[in-house]
Design a protein around this ligand. Structure first.
Ligand code: SAM
Ligand code: SF4
Length: 472
């Protein structure tokens, strides 16, 4: 624990001091929604030092690259981006403007020393669990003499040290992310998360509810709860009990003005009856659930160490639909995990046909160094993975189009969040997260309004306002 200095010296001197004079901050975010949340919190902790967001890296006194390590060539992408940032840093230096470059996130966690060795102009390397210490790291970097690296898993929980801002996202936002849980103890064969994000940790109920209330006070109406295994949430409640996600959802739904609650990403093993009942009881819980299954073959699910079978998944979906008939599903799939045969792949296709998904993400298996599957025998050739991915994505696309088409002619509540791209247009989200566009007054932004869907576009829907009946 604690700061330590890396051997590689920073090439520049005279970094911005740690005073609070105004200065620009540019954060580049790759990867999942949790990284989006983390980037916002990094901006929060740097605001008291005078850092304000700027749109371009060449206007920034500090640039943070918040990275993702989940799939292929993550590190190479980082080094190529760093090459670009180095040029910006050097150009700014010639005009007497020093720039701090920080690399954050899971690549920083996994490859911190390598980053400092190959890119010695990087000033700070920090893992996902240490960004509450950024001000201290900036001060260290400003004192010069070497880069600062902090990739340990600290004993303290970063959430206890983050500032109580009204809401971490841009003020005026109607929707916000709220991380309630981090890390993972499940160790799926293919996945780096348990190594980069560490063990599963849940925030306390009090701190989650306080942050949610602050968000609602600042105008947020829809909160997406985030966690690598969000439904494994087990936070300490004000009563001293351990609360699960279901209990937390009931408490969140009782906050006046919080009209929509979502959560991601869930694991099938943690989809218990209490949470399913919450979907039955709480209209605030949106009828759209991202529930990754990865494969439809029991043999591959076992090799992946997923802890459930394909039929377990089918049964969870059956219970969810019984509790909330309009609930639609999204999922993640991996094709070409080591050992996957044509027959295993066909079992995945069958599961997709049986369950039907409103939307899904599908990936070719990518060998992640240090994970059990990376060294497993029977790696699947790239061309086989390509063919399987194409077939799966064609089926998933068909299902997504069919789901969106099924909404045409229906009236659905849309939370309007912005003006549309076309003049006179406003846009929002349906309960199933599709963007919906209508012709309407910007006065409707911030309201949930019934809309009759008239047309399916490739990834969004057009509709017309149903007058008078306003939900919120
Ligand atoms: N915790 C979630 C779960 O259990 O499903 C997933 C979180 S992971 C950050 C997001 C997705 O990335 C996974 O669901 C998986 O489909 C995909 N993924 C993770 N490791 C991968 C790998 N080595 N190759 C391809 N896809 C991968
Ligand atoms: Fe990765 Fe599996 Fe944990 Fe999800 S449950 S984060 S896929 S190890």
């Amino acid at each position: 624990m604690g700061l330590r200095r890396a051997g590689a010296p920073a090439v520049m001197t005279g970094l911005p001091s740690s005073s609070t004079a105004p200065r620009g901050l540019h954060v580049i975010t790759w990867g999942c929604q949790m990284n989006v949340y983390d980037s916002a919190r990094m901006s929060d902790v740097l605001r008291p030092l005078g850092y304000q967001p700027v749109d371009t890296p060449d206007a920034a006194d500090m640039i943070i690259l918040n990275t993702c390590h989940i799939r292929d060539r993550a590190a190479e992408k980082v080094f190529s981006e760093l090459g670009r940032l180095r040029k910006i840093k050097e150009a700014r230096e010639t005009t007497g403007q020093p720039t701090i470059i920080a690399v954050a996130g899971c690549v920083a966690q996994a490859e911190g020393q390598e980053i400092l060795a190959r890119a010695p102009y990087v000033d700070i390397v920090l893992g996902p669990q240490t960004y509450h210490r950024l001000p201290e790291m900036v001060a260290r970097a400003a004192r010069a003499g070497g880069a600062v690296i902090e990739t340990d898993f600290p004993a303290e929980q970063k959430f206890d040290f983050l500032p109580d801002t009204a809401a971490p996202q841009t003020p005026g936002n109607l929707t916000a992310f709220l991380t309630i849980q981090e890390g993972c103890d499940k160790f799926c064969s293919f996945c780096v998360v348990p190594y980069t994000r560490g063990a599963e940790v849940s925030r306390s109920v009090t701190s989650v509810l306080a942050e949610a209330r602050r968000m609602v006070e600042s105008g947020v109406q829809e909160i997406s709860l985030l966690g690598q295994n969000v439904n494994a949430y087990h936070g300490t409640g004000p009563d001293g009990d351990v609360w699960d996600l279901a209990r937390l959802a009931y408490a969140l739904a009782a906050i006046p003005g919080l009209n929509r609650i979502r959560y991601a990403t869930s694991h099938p093993r943690d989809m218990d009856d209490a949470l399913i009942a919450a979907h039955r009881d709480l209209p605030e819980l949106m009828p759209y659930l991202h529930l990754p299954v990865q494969s439809g073959s029991d043999k591959i699910l076992r090799a992946m160490n997923r802890g459930h079978t394909a039929d377990d998944y089918r049964e969870i979906v059956r219970k969810l639909h019984a509790a909330r008939p309009d609930l639609a599903l999204s999922s993640d799939f991996i094709v070409g995990h080591p050992g996957e045969t044509d027959e295993d792949f066909e079992a995945t296709m069958q599961l997709v046909r049986d369950v039907t998904f409103a939307q899904a993400y599908s990936f070719k298996y990518s060998q992640r160094p240090g994970t059990p599957a990376a060294g497993a025998p029977l790696q699947v050739p790239e061309d086989v993975k390509d063919a399987r991915l194409q077939a799966l994505q064609a089926l998933l696309r068909e299902q997504q189009d069919a789901f969106n088409q099924s909404l045409v002619g229906q009236t659905v509540p849309v939370l309007f969040t912005s003006e549309g791209r076309k003049p006179g247009q406003i846009s929002g989200r349906s309960p199933w997260l599709q963007p919906v566009h209508v012709t309407g007054s910007p006065d409707l932004i911030g309201r949930e309004v019934p809309v009759r869907i008239t047309e399916r576009l490739t990834n969004s829907l057009n509709g017309i306002l149903e007058e008078e009946k306003v939900y919120a």
